[in-house]
Write a protein that binds this ligand. Structure first.
Ligand code: 3H9
Length: 646
C-alpha cells in the first residue's frame, strides 16, 4: 500500500510510502485522493497529518511518467481536493518537499518541517514549470519576490529560511510525527487560516517584472523554463486564481513536451546513474577515512579543499618547506574566498584549514587510505613520486594520479601491487567543478575502481569512467572543438563571431575567449613537447600567437586585446595581421550554423571515443561536456543534441 491511515485520537495520520523518494505516481495520487474521501466521511476525525516513510517527503511528480500521457487523478485536482478537505491537513516534512511534493504541501492548510528539511520548486531544472499550482499558491503564501526566487532559480530552501518566508508554519525539533500531531491538535484551538488559493496577493509594478525578466534571462542563458515560470508568476499576481491555474497548466503541458525538457530529463537520469555504475553494484569500496594530496599547486590545493569539504582529514605533501608554505597559502586562499562569498563562516574555514597537515615527510602517509598525486605534468617527476608512495603507504592504500595528458600506465609502471592504482582527473577549480574522470589502468582492481566512485559520491561530484587515450574524454573533445573553431577562422569566419555564436548557443564563453582566460601556453607547451619527441604536430593558429607572446589575458592579449586591468575582449588588429596569411577571405556562416558545426565536431569525436571504448555510453560524454566544459545543460550535451543516444 502506498498510502495508509492510522489514528492518534481525533488526529488521522496519512502515511505515504512509495520508495525510493515518494514520487507522485498515479497510484499514489489515487491513494491520497481516496484518503481524503475516507477522512472527510469520518466524523471522528478532526484534523489530518500527512507524513512520509523513508528518506524523504514527496520529492515531486514521477519524472518517469513525463514521456507518457497523464493519468487521472491529475495533480492539480488532487492538490485542490486536499485543500478543499473538510478537515485541515498538516504536511509533516522531512528530507525534501520538491516540485509536486511542495505543491501537495501547499494544498495542506499547514506545513511543519524538521530543521534539515528542504523545500523547493526545482521544475525549471527539468525544463518545465510547476504544474499543480506552485506558481499560483506560492506567491499567495510567501509573497511575489520570494516566490520569484524559489520558482525561477529552482533552488530549494532549508526549513528555517522557509519558516521566515512563511512557507513553513513551524520547525519541529525532535520527533517529526509527534510534533506534527501536537501542532495539528493545537491548531484546532485557533481560527483556521484561509487556504492558500483564497489568500490575496500583492501585485508588484510593471517595473519589477521588467527587472526580474532581465535578471532571469541573464542566468538562464537560453533555457526557456525560467522565463516562462516568471510569466506564470506574473499571471498569478495579476489575474484571479482560476485563470492563473489554467495559464500555469497550459504552460506546463507545453513545456513538458519540449526538446529542452527532454534534454534536461536525460541529464537528470544520467546524473543519477553515473555515481553507481551497474558493473560495480556488488563491489564494496574501501573505506575512506584519511586522504593525502601530493603537490600544493592550484590543482593539488583545490583537491585538498574538496577533500576537506567532504570532511576528510588531509595530509598535503610538498618537496620543501617553502613549497609546503605555498600550498598551505593556496588552501587558505580557497577557504578565505569561500568566506568572502558567504559559503563558509570564519570558524568553518579555520576548521577546514586546521584539518590539513602540510609536510615534506612521506612518512606522514603511513595510514592514508587514499593518496592523490597532483604534481608537475612530467613523467619522470610523477614516477619518482609513486616510487616514494610505494615505500611510504600501506599496501591497500589507493594511489591515484591526477594527470590530464600523460598515460597513467606509464606512471604506474613498476608499482608494487598495481591493483590499487587509478587515474582521478579533477577539473580546475577542483573544489568547485563537478566532473571527475575516473581512469582505471588494466591492473586497477574493481575495489579500487569502486573506491573512486565512492570518493566522487563523498565529494558530491559527477564521476565518469574514461579509458586511456590522450586527453581522456573531455580534453580530447576539447582539442577537436578548438581545432574545428580554428578551421572556421582559417575559412574567414571572424573570431568574435565564433565566440558570439557559442555564447548564443548557451555556453558561458566561446572557445577563443575561454583560451584567453585559461592561457594559450598550456596547450602550446604540450604541442611543443610532442614536437620535441618527434611527433608530427601541425602548427596551429594559437601557436602563432603564443610565439609572439600572446598567451591570453595574463599577457594583455591572446586571441583578443585587453585594456590594462580589463577582462572585456576587444577584437585585435595585431591578431588580424599575424594571422592574415593563414586566413582565406570571408566564409559567410550564420551563428546558428557555426554552433551546429562545432557541436557536430564534438559529437563526432564523442562517437570515435565510444567506438574505441574510451567512454561507456553517450550519456557519459554528455555529462563530461556539461559538468567539465560548460556545455548548456538544457541542450542535453553534444551526443543528445545530435541524436546519439542510448
Ligand atoms: C514536478 O514535480 C512537476 C510538478 O510541478 C507538476 C506535476 C503536474 N521521479 O537523487 P537520488 C529516483 S517535477 C522519479 O539518487 P538522493 C532517482 O532516479 C519533479 N524518480 O536520491 C533514483 O533512482 P534509482 C520535481 C525519481 O537521496 C532514486 O529516486 N522534483 C525522482 O540523493 C534516488 O534519487 C524533482 O526534481 C522523481 N521525481 O536525493 C526532485 N526523484 O535509485 C528530483 C528521484 O533507480 N529528485 N528519483 O537510480 C531529487 O532532487 C533527489 O532525488 C532527492 C533525493 C533530493 C529527492
Amino acid at each position: 500500500m502506498t498510502v495508509t491511515i492510522a489514528r492518534q485520537g481525533e488526529i488521522a495520520v496519512v502515511t505515504v510510502d512509495n520508495p525510493p523518494v515518494n514520487a507522485l505516481s498515479a497510484a499514489l495520487r489515487q491513494g491520497l485522493w481516496d484518503a481524503a474521501d475516507t477522512l472527510d466521511a469520518d466524523a471522528s476525525v478532526a484534523a489530518v497529518v500527512l507524513v512520509c516513510a523513508g528518506r524523504t517527503f514527496i520529492a515531486g511528480a514521477d519524472v518517469t511518467e513525463f514521456g507518457k500521457p497523464p493519468v487521472p487523478p491529475h495533480l492539480p485536482d488532487l492538490v485542490a481536493r486536499i485543500e478543499g478537505a473538510q478537515k485541515p491537513w498538516t504536511a509533516a516534512i522531512h528530507g525534501s518537499a520538491l516540485g509536486g511534493g511542495l505543491e501537495v504541501a501547499l494544498g495542506c492548510r499547514f506545513r511543519v518541517a524538521v530543521p534539515d528539511a528542504s523545500l523547493g520548486l526545482p521544475e525549471v531544472s527539468l525544463g518545465i514549470v510547476p504544474g499543480a499550482g506552485g506558481t499560483v499558491r506560492t506567491p499567495r503564501v510567501v509573497g511575489v519576490p520570494a516566490a520569484v526566487d524559489l520558482v525561477t532559480s529552482g533552488r530549494p530552501m532549508r526549513a528555517a529560511k522557509a519558516a521566515e518566508a512563511g512557507l513553513v508554519d513551524a520547525v519541529i525539533q525532535g520527533d517529526l510525527l509527534e510534533g506534527a500531531v501536537t501542532f495539528a491538535r493545537q491548531a484546532l484551538t485557533r481560527p483556521l487560516p484561509e487556504p492558500a488559493s483564497s489568500r490575496p496577493v500583492a501585485a508588484p509594478e510593471a517595473e519589477f517584472w521588467a527587472e526580474q525578466e532581465k535578471a532571469v534571462a541573464k542566468v538562464a542563458k537560453g533555457a526557456a523554463a525560467p522565463l516562462r515560470a516568471l510569466a506564470c508568476l506574473r499571471k498569478a499576481a495579476e489575474a484571479g486564481f482560476a485563470e492563473a491555474m489554467a495559464f500555469e497548466r497550459e504552460t506546463f503541458l507545453e513545456l513538458r513536451g519540449s526538446d529542452q525538457a527532454a534534454a534536461l530529463r536525460h541529464v537528470f537520469f544520467a546524473e543519477r546513474a553515473a555515481p553507481r555504475p551497474a558493473a560495480l553494484r556488488d563491489v564494496e569500496p574501501l573505506p575512506l577515512r584519511r586522504a593525502a594530496v601530493i603537490g600544493g599547486g592550484t590543482m593539488g590545493a583545490g583537491i585538498a579543499a574538496a577533500l576537506r569539504d567532504a570532511g576528510l582529514p588531509v595530509v598535503l605533501v610538498e618537496r620543501d618547506d617553502e613549497a609546503v608554505a605555498r600550498g598551505m597559502a593556496n588552501l587558505r586562499g580557497i577557504f578565505d574566498g569561500a568566506v568572502r562569498r558567504g559559503k563558509l563562516t570564519e570558524a568553518q574555514a579555520a576548521a577546514r584549514l586546521a584539518g590539513v597537515a602540510g609536510t615534506t615527510d612521506y612518512a606522514a602517509l603511513a595510514d592514508a587510505d587514499l593518496v592523490i598525486e597532483a604534481v608537475f605534468e612530467e613523467i619522470g617527476v610523477k614516477r619518482a613520486v609513486f616510487e616514494q608512495l610505494a615505500r611510504a603507504c600501506g599496501p591497500d592504500a589507493v594511489l591515484a594520479t591526477n594527470t590530464s595528458y600523460l598515460d597513467p600506465r606509464a606512471i604506474a609502471e613498476g608499482l608494487p601491487n598495481p591493483g590499487r592504482f587509478i587515474g582521478l582527473h579533477f577539473f580546475s577549480p577542483a573544489n568547485v567543478m563537478k566532473l571527475l574522470e575516473i581512469v582505471p589502468v588494466p591492473e586497477t582492481s574493481d575495489r579500487t575502481l569502486a573506491t573512486g566512485f565512492a570518493l566522487a559520491r563523498a565529494l558530491k561530484k559527477i564521476p565518469v569512467r574514461a579509458g586511456i587515450c590522450e586527453g581522456f574524454i573531455g580534453n580530447r573533445i576539447l582539442k577537436r572543438y578548438r581545432a574545428a573553431a580554428e578551421a572556421l577562422v582559417r575559412k574567414g569566419v571572424p573570431i568574435a563571431e565564433i565566440d558570439a555564436a557559442m555564447r548564443g548557443h548557451g555556453f558561458a564563453m566561446g572557445p577563443f575567449e575561454a583560451q584567453d582566460l585559461g592561457g594559450l601556453d598550456i596547450a602550446f607547451l604540450q604541442r611543443e613537447g610532442a614536437r620535441a619527441a618527434g611527433q608530427d604536430v601541425a602548427e596551429t593558429l594559437g601557436d602563432i600567437l603564443v610565439r609572439v607572446g600572446r598567451k591570453g589575458q595574463k599577457t594583455g592579449g591572446g586571441w583578443y586585446d585587453y585594456a590594462p586591468g580589463e577582462r572585456k575582449p576587444q577584437p585585435s588588429a595585431s591578431v588580424a595581421e599575424l594571422l592574415a596569411r593563414e586566413i582565406a577571405p570571408g566564409a559567410a556562416m550564420s551563428r546558428d550554423q557555426i554552433a551546429q558545426a562545432l557541436v557536430a565536431e564534438m559529437a563526432a569525436e564523442g562517437q570515435a571515443i565510444l567506438d574505441e571504448g574510451i567512454a561507456q555510453a553517450p550519456a557519459d560524454i554528455d555529462l563530461v561536456e556539461i559538468h567539465g566544459y560548460g556545455f548548456p545543460r538544457w541542450r542535453g550535451g553534444p551526443m543528445f543534441a545530435t541524436g546519439i543516444r542510448g
